[in-house]
Write a protein that binds this ligand. Structure first.
Ligand SMILES: Cc1cc2nc3c(=O)[nH]c(=O)nc-3n(C[C@H](O)[C@H](O)[C@H](O)COP(=O)(O)O)c2cc1C
Length: 190
């Protein structure tokens, strides 16, 4: 198994936030010839779900449960983002990008971020409360991804249209882990 040690994320700079809001949009026309370099991937992952304080993240979670595992699906395999170690821990060497897709455009994008929640980490809620929490929490991460992409000239789309059961099997997820959203990222043809 080949883990990927990411370069330290650059935590400053970028576009003024109002300009980034002006550019935030869903894109579905990816350039299949353009990869995302590791520095940009590191910055993207940190923006999505990194630690911006000793033990807290760039995205909020209900009761600070931090129940999300962020998986990264690349051509070279499927990885778990270890934010503390700034490392992609290889889960398997399979290219599962299209295994998360029900739409053809996904094939052209180099990166899919699979947002997964471990429901055992959410305590004291009804089943409906658990569902509400995990989807709300995933939404914040997804918006972080949209905003990073808007600011740094990447295209992205959040996707609920995902064959979740089949993908969970291919990722060997535990039964307590729920795939909420998959966020596709890449450079666009425009
Ligand atoms: C919860 C959610 C699920 C979505 N699922 C998909 C999807 O499966 N496939 C897709 O192409 N777009 C998906 N989208 C993107 C929406 O179609 C898109 O955000 C909407 O058309 C508005 O466009 P905009 O993001 O450019 O403002 C989803 C968006 C959200 C918020």
């Amino acid at each position: 198994m080949n883990n990927i040690v990411l370069p330290a994320p650059v935590r400053t700079g970028g576009m003024p936030i109002m300009d980034a809001f002006s550019k935030r949009a869903t894109q579905r026309n990816y350039d299949p010839t353009k990869e995302i370099d590791l520095q940009t991937l590191s910055n993207l992952l940190w923006s999505a779900w990194g630690f911006n304080r000793a033990d807290r993240r760039t995205a909020p979670t209900s009761h600070n449960r931090q129940e999300v595992d962020l998986y990264v699906s690349l051509r070279s395999g499927t990885y778990l983002y270890d934010a503390a170690a700034n490392t992609l821990v290889m889960i398997n060497g399979d290219d599962l990008r299209m295994a998360s897709a029900m739409q053809d455009y996904v094939a052209d994008a180099p990166v899919n971020l699979i947002i997964v929640s471990d429901t055992t980490k959410i305590i004291g809620k009804t089943p409906q409360g658990v569902t509400e929490a995990i989807y709300a929490n995933a939404g914040f991460i997804s918006e972080n991804i949209y905003m990073f992409c808007a600011a740094f000239g990447l295209g992205s789309v959040t996707r609920a249209l995902v064959p979740k059961e089949e993908l969970a099997k291919k990722m060997n997820l535990r039964s307590s882990q729920v795939i909420t959203l998959v966020h596709t990222v890449g450079y666009t043809l425009d």
